[in-house]
Ligand binder design. Structure first.
Ligand code: ADP
Length: 489
């Protein structure tokens, strides 16, 4: 009986394997933290051999737990996006460290390209901005600076993390899925194919790149764990989470509040273009037809709570923030703009610095903590306006990630957005989204709509404040942001 799906989630800080049943229940999981390498300030690398080794051992443990390879219907892969891996086709071993999405070493390359006036053209073709975050400049940099890559010639294989894992699982199949490819700066958003002009611009040889596939299909078979198991889905983590939140119709949006916050809204089947410095990206590709998303990122979310706890000692643990926020009637005029590492969409002001404003003798730590939590709803509100201006307004907001354990914050987001906010009981939406895709791929479900039953129960938070209170809050927030922007110019 093939009664389980195995999800491999190769994240930034850990690698996990999870077993899912048809009902969406996660029956077992195993995780191992990944070593982070910081060779120089702003540089972040991973050892791709370690990513594979941890994935392989976690997968083997889950397969044993399920009762053997013949109990696994199919495997699906979710991964940290944009991180690039370089390996030898001949040996199947890495030729260099993987350059991680957080790595800023190509900031100067991006600045040069922007100064040459190329950003609009790149954005029009890829939906992305010229930022070191994306893979294209990382690949160009590595080919220029790491001689073993240039020397490898035809032996060189390049790919994002899912394509590395697929290669290792299948013993040499070189493919990437359209969601991951859409984060490289090398794929035409409308065409779903590598773009010669972009390959030239970033100095990337087409022959080193994988073929671009659907997110679902017969992507290969693995024999690493005994009998053959099909791999039937791959997707980048944020797209997977959007699918795991069942944002299957235009206007449905999800926000994941982890260390930072990532918001994606289903934007339908035509490639969107943002005039408000949001990103346009592939949400999924099925039968060679793409559905798109608009994406906005908040750099500082849960990390703000960690900072209040560890650097300011205002909290003993993150959970305490809920009770403290409730202990005061309002923010007492205190606002916190959490630009601790610049401020992201829709402002994109890397030099902005955080500020706590409106303090008086009556302000307490509860007001500051409440202002910190309120800043999440305020930032969501501003992003919603940017999404709406780009024609991708949110009809609902589905929330997940470690921070949404905070009931007070979930309610505050509903209040400030004036929108129903849904929180699923099962918070591992990335793994669930890949389980849904994998289930479609192996025939458990006819389509994603049917697979969405895996999502299970949700809790709804309904807006419960009046418009006057909401407007007063937003006016205070706008003033606080304006002051931060003024001082960062
Ligand atoms: P990541 O996947 O980025 O590692 P998680 O989704 O695990 O992050 O979320 C962890 C973050 O959530 C931490 O930064 C922590 O400060 C925050 N967090 C956890 N519980 C709460 C809470 N009750 N209230 C507010 N923030 C919380």
């Amino acid at each position: 009986m093939t009664d389980h799906i195995l999800v491999l989630d190769a994240g930034t800080t850990s690698t996990r394997a999870m077993l899912f049943g048809r009902d969406g229940r996660c029956v077992a999981s195993k995780a191992k933290p990944l070593t982070q390498h910081y060779p120089r300030p702003g540089e972040v690398e991973h050892d791709a051999a370690e990513i594979w080794e941890y994935t392989r051992t976690a997968a083997a443990a889950m397969i044993e737990r399920a009762g053997g390879a013949d109990r696994i219907a199919a495997i699906g892969i979710a991964n940290q996006r944009e991180t690039v891996v370089f390996w030898s086709r001949r040996t199947g071993e890495p030729l260099a460290r993987a350059i991680v999405w957080q790595d800023r070493r190509t900031a100067a390359i991006c600045r040069d390209l922007r100064e040459k006036g190329l950003e609009d053209a790149v954005q029009a073709r890829t939906g992305l901005l010229l930022d070191p975050y994306f893979s294209g400049t990382k690949i160009g940099w590595a080919l220029e600076h790491w001689p073993q890559l240039a020397d490898a010639g035809d032996d060189l294989a390049i790919g994002t993390v899912e394509s590395w894992l697929l290669w290792k699982l299948t013993g040499g199949d070189h493919a990437t899925d359209a969601t991951n490819a859409s984060r490289t700066l090398l794929m035409g958003l409308g065409s779903g194919a590598w773009d010669d002009g972009l390959l030239d611009l970033f100095g990337v040889p087409r022959a080193s790149l994988p073929r671009i596939t659907d997110n679902v299909g017969e992507l290969g078979h693995t024999r690493c764990f005994g009998g053959a198991i099909p791999v039937t889905a791959m997707a980048g983590d944020q797209q997977a989470a959007t699918i795991g939140q069942a944002c299957l119709s235009r206007g449905e949006a999800k926000a994941t509040f982890g260390t930072g916050a990532f918001i994606l809204a289903n934007a339908g089947t035509s490639p969107p273009s943002s005039r408000n410095r949001l990103l346009a990206t592939v949400l999924w590709q099925l039968d060679n037809r793409r559905t798109y998303a608009i994406e906005g990122s908040i750099f500082v979310a849960g990390s703000l709570i960690q900072w209040l706890r560890d650097s300011l000692n205002l909290l003993s643990d993150a959970d305490e923030s809920d009770g403290l926020a409730r202990s005061v009637a309002d923010n007492g005029g205190v606002y916190l703009v959490p630009a601790l590492s610049g401020i992201g969409a829709p402002w994109w002001q890397p030099d902005a610095r955080a500020a706590i404003s409106g303090l008086s003798f009556s302000a307490t730590r509860a007001h500051v903590v409440r202002a910190a939590l309120e800043s999440m709803a305020h930032q969501c509100h501003d992003l919603k306006a940017a999404f709406a201006a780009d024609g991708a307004d949110w009809a609902t907001l589905r929330i997940d990630g470690g921070m949404v354990a905070n009931d007070w914050m979930a309610q505050d987001i509903a209040d400030m957005l004036d929108l129903t906010v849904e929180r699923p009981a099962f918070a591992e939406t990335t793994a669930l989204g890949v389980a849904m895709l994998t289930g479609v791929g192996c025939g458990w479900f006819a389509d994603l709509e049917e697979a969405a039953a895996m999502r299970g129960a949700v809790e709804c938070f309904e807006p419960a404040i009046d418009g006057v209170t909401r407007d007063r809050r937003l006016t205070g927030w706008r003033d606080a942001v304006a002051r931060v922007m003024e001082t960062s110019r």
